[in-house]
Design a protein around this ligand. Structure first.
Ligand SMILES: Cc1cc2nc3c(=O)[nH]c(=O)nc-3n(C[C@H](O)[C@H](O)[C@H](O)COP(=O)(O)OP(=O)(O)OC[C@H]3O[C@@H](n4cnc5c(N)ncnc54)[C@H](O)[C@@H]3O)c2cc1C
Length: 434
């Protein structure tokens, strides 16, 4: 029997599996796909995710291929990240696919290979473990199962976890393209609609660009309705004029602003994380980051319980800490959606909002949420108490970071006397400080 079965090898499942191995748990990681999709939905890491990779020694080799992007945005209004208390006050522009490859390579070095072509179809739990069944008839038993299997999560459905929320109100297209006649740059999206349509073009590197657009023609189409070359070409021409040529359409799909969140992140021996636990519009670039942060919260806790060093109730704190963080992202993407509605009255609201964001406090508040640095804190023995490692003034920082890379709880006694003693959790949060 394995300690943990992780279902889904997207960014959430890969980081979780890696954290579990670091914590000394035996892990089986399965994915129904025979190979990686080859697509990058997310294009950047938010500051908290950069901190996470750094704290496990996984950042350094990614940095040379990443690009520091200035700040973030809220409904297209710029957020200044320099106000954030972090040593990484920027987004790291790097495609999701590269992050997944990097995590999968790291996992392979730890001795775990993703078992591909394995689709979960059944789940039965009892007091000692969970039996998981796969298409084709194979089954395995594990003490714990984590569903990192995306928005339509089989784990979530099979374990009876509810997914309340609403369907999308608009439909949009994302496509990776090669075009001639216009140069993409990392500008914030232009939200002034033209004939009811909006379009954003971002550079992907390697000669390709990312285009996101929505307009009257895209509404009412089912999410799996194929995106044609003609549809993308027409959107480009009506936005930029006839001089722009779509040379290659590498990948395209539709997305919506549907919002749903699992009503509980734990059902006995089963957990959900990442898109399996929450979906929302991609506005602000938060979904993958939220999933990575879920994984980083749950991994060390499951590890500590598997090793017999912590009681089962530690695992309840996963829902207590991460459900509010997910709810905050759902709320802010909904608010951003309203601010982007093409309407004169909303335009007035946007202007007011833009003025408010000039206030340092307002900027700090929203930048904190979008960057993943501000999470809901709950009092209690095992809950977040509000400080991460990068907040602490530690003169012995490098030694502490080395300890953190082992993924264990550490006791810190800063020589600068700022605090007498702190117990730092493996995810970098201070559990207690005196
Ligand atoms: C257009 C668009 C742009 C986006 N931009 C950003 C951005 O800029 N920043 C950001 O942070 N996020 C962004 N996101 C969101 C981000 O891509 C997702 O949040 C992220 O992929 C979630 O990762 P995950 O690992 O939780 O799930 P997924 O990436 O969906 O991975 C789930 C895995 O589970 C597997 N699986 C599913 N069912 C089963 C089963 N029954 N058995 C076995 N395996 C199974 C799948 O094959 C898949 O590999 C964007 C999303 C979209 C649509």
């Amino acid at each position: 029997m394995s300690d943990v079965l992780v279902v889904g090898a997207g960014p959430t499942g890969l980081l979780l599996a890696s954290e579990l191995v670091l914590a000394g748990a035996s892990v089986v990681l399965v994915d129904k796909r025979l190979e990686r999709s080859g697509q990058s939905k997310a294009l950047s890491l938010q500051p908290r995710s950069v901190e996470i990779l750094h704290s496990r020694g996984l950042l350094e080799s990614l940095l040379p291929e990443g690009r520091e992007l200035p700040g973030g945005h809220f409904a297209g209004l710029p957020l200044d990240y320099s106000a954030l208390e972090t040593r990484f006050p920027y987004q790291l522009g790097i495609p999701q696919l590269r992050i997944e490859q990097h995590l999968e390579d790291h996992l392979a070095r730890q001795g775990v290979a993703v078992r591909r072509g394995v689709e979960l179809t059944g789940l039965v739990q009892d007091s000692t473990g969970v039996t998981a069944e796969f298409a084709g008839g194979e089954s395995i038993r594990a003490s714990w199962v984590v569903g990192c299997d995306g928005a339509r999560s089989a784990v979530r459905q099979l374990s009876g976890i509810g997914f309340p929320g609403r369907d999308g109100r608009y439909s949009a297209v994302v496509a990776d393209v090669v075009i001639d006649g216009v140069e993409a740059d990392w500008q914030l999206p232009e939200l002034e609609p033209r004939d009811g349509a909006v379009l954003t073009l971002l550079p992907l590197g390697g000669g390709g660009d990312r285009i996101l657009f929505t307009g009257p023609e895209q509404q009412g189409l089912p999410k799996d309705h194929p995106v044609s070359y003609e549809e993308v070409a027409a959107a480009l021409t009506s936005w930029y004029g006839e001089g722009v040529v779509l040379k290659e359409l590498r990948y395209a799909s539709r997305f919506t602003d549907a919002v749903r969140q699992a009503d509980r992140y734990r059902a006995g021996r089963v957990f959900v994380a990442g898109d399996a636990a929450h979906i929302h519009s991609p506005t602000g670039g938060q979904g993958m980051n939220l999933g990575l942060q879920d994984a980083f919260n749950l991994g060390w806790k499951l590890g500590a319980v598997v090793r017999g060093e912590s009681p089962d109730r530690l695992l309840d704190s996963y829902h207590e800490e991460r459900h509010p963080a997910g709810a905050a992202v759902l709320a802010n993407t909904r608010a951003q959606g309203v601010l982007m509605v093409p309407d004169d009255d909303v335009a007035a609201l946007r202007e007011t909002f833009a003025e408010l964001l000039q206030l340092p406090e307002a900027n700090r508040l929203l930048a904190g949420v979008i960057s993943g640095l501000a999470v809901a804190y709950s009092p209690g023995e095992h809950r977040l108490v509000g400080h991460r490692m990068p907040d602490l003034e530690l003169t012995d920082g490098s030694t502490v970071m080395q300890e953190l890379r082992r993924g264990r709880t550490i006791v810190v006694e800063p020589r600068d006397g700022s605090i007498a003693r702190a117990i730092v959790r493996p995810d970098g949060y201070v559990q207690a400080a005196r």
